[in-house]
Design a protein around this ligand. Structure first.
Ligand SMILES: O=C(O)CCC(=O)C(=O)O
Ligand SMILES: [Fe+2]
Length: 363
């Protein structure tokens, strides 16, 4: 090796280090800025969003005909948590669907419904206008109402008004069992449950794109069907996400998302299916009309979170450590003040042209 080669390599090495530092200064600045926005929304957030223009969620593509639906991995024939967890562990950074995991999901739900019949939970009420899009729900919320679990499915549905029990916790994980009578918390540390009950008149994308920064999610569909549209962690980063404390995108729209892609990563979850997805994976969830029950257990995994997306994971941890326990709930409606502020920006968009194809998939 000539002497000049050594000097050139050394210069390259120095530039490499300078590059890394610059990258980190930018990330550190972004992180600090987000924490300021989260804790002092008035001066920071208001200045950040330029008259809501960066936040317009209106545009949707003209057609969905060209979009290819790509599916997540699937496993058939497994019915116990222990074996499923082994498979999950082997490829923990990707979502996976276990088909027909529960053999009698509807009967299992009837049992749970009976057990929790007098448990009062808070339902979000709203008006539904269409089936929604990836960036904006097809319903606008009007408020909240408390209802007993046992009463919910016995009521009459009224026109376009909807009730959605989402992200609520009422279950003891030990009562949610596989066919062998084992529960998830015998094998992993289930942090909390988030449950979803609905009886929509029309299919509805009720939960637009968001992600969970710190937890692994294990979901069981008991009644009805849901269609999940997934955004990979790196795709979420294109739309200025912020942890509030779930990760919500602040910019982008469906047109922008589809510009350089012709595929959507989707999976339909049917009665009895058990579904795992890792932290940081963005998802928008389309719920089939009619009775619907889905239960999702969350397992805190900061190491995996940092591994998949270090800076977003760090932001998630800092938001968690610096907020009161009341708003640490995995509940957007109970979230930080910044979320309420984000809600005031134009958000109610058009129906996705893919909504008809989503409906066909859950039919
Ligand atoms: O089912 C829904 O509407 C949302 C579900 C969801 O976002 C979740 O379980 O993380
Ligand atoms: Fe979610």
């Amino acid at each position: 090796m000539k002497k000049s080669d050594g000097a050139a390599y050394f210069r390259m090495f120095i530039w490499f280090i300078v590059g890394l530092l610059c990258l980190n200064v930018r990330r550190l600045w972004l992180l600090t800025h987000h924490l300021m926005m989260i804790h002092f929304p008035d001066p920071f957030l208001v200045n950040y969003l330029p008259n809501g223009t960066g936040f317009s969620r209106q545009p949707v593509p003209e057609t969905c005909d060209h979009v290819v639906f790509e599916s997540v991995r699937e496993v058939h024939g497994l019915h116990d948590f222990k074996s499923a967890l082994k498979i999950i562990e082997a490829d923990v950074e990707r979502p996976i669907m276990f088909r027909k995991f529960l053999k009698h999901p509807v009967e299992d739900w009837k049992q749970l419904e009976l057990q929790y019949t007098n448990e009062t939970v808070s339902f979000n009420t709203g008006e539904q206008f269409h089936r929604g899009g990836l960036w904006a729900s097809g319903a606008q919320s009007t408020g909240k109402m408390d209802m007993k679990i046992g009463e919910f499915f016995n009521q009459k549905q009224i026109n376009s008004s909807i009730q959605y029990c989402s992200f609520v916790r009422f279950l003891d994980p030990k009562f949610v069992q596989d066919v062998e009578g084992h529960s998830l918390n015998e094998f992993i540390n289930v942090g909390f449950d988030t449950n979803f009950l609905s009886n929509f008149n029309e299919d509805l994308l009720a939960t637009p794109i968001h992600a969970a920064p710190l937890v692994k999610s294990y979901s069981l569909q008991y009644v009805g069907k849901k269609l999940w549209v997934f955004f990979r962690p790196e795709e979420m980063e294109l739309f200025d996400p912020i942890n509030i404390p779930s990760t919500n995108v602040m910019t982008g729209n469906e047109v922008e998302y589809m510009k350089n892609r012709n595929h959507l990563l989707v999976v339909v979850q049917e009665e009895g299916d058990f579904f795992y997805f890792p932290p940081h994976w963005g998802h928008a969830v389309f719920t089939k009309k009619g009775p619907n029950v889905m239960i999702n257990f969350r397992e805190l995994d900061p190491m995996l979170s940092l591994k998949i997306n270090f800076w977003r994971g760090l932001e998630g941890l800092l938001v968690r450590w610096t907020t009161s326990s009341k708003i640490k709930l995995f509940n957007p409606l109970n979230g930080l003040q910044v979320l309420k502020r984000l809600e005031t920006f134009p958000k109610f968009g058009k129906e996705s042209p893919c909504a008809s194809r989503f409906s066909q998939l859950v039919a």
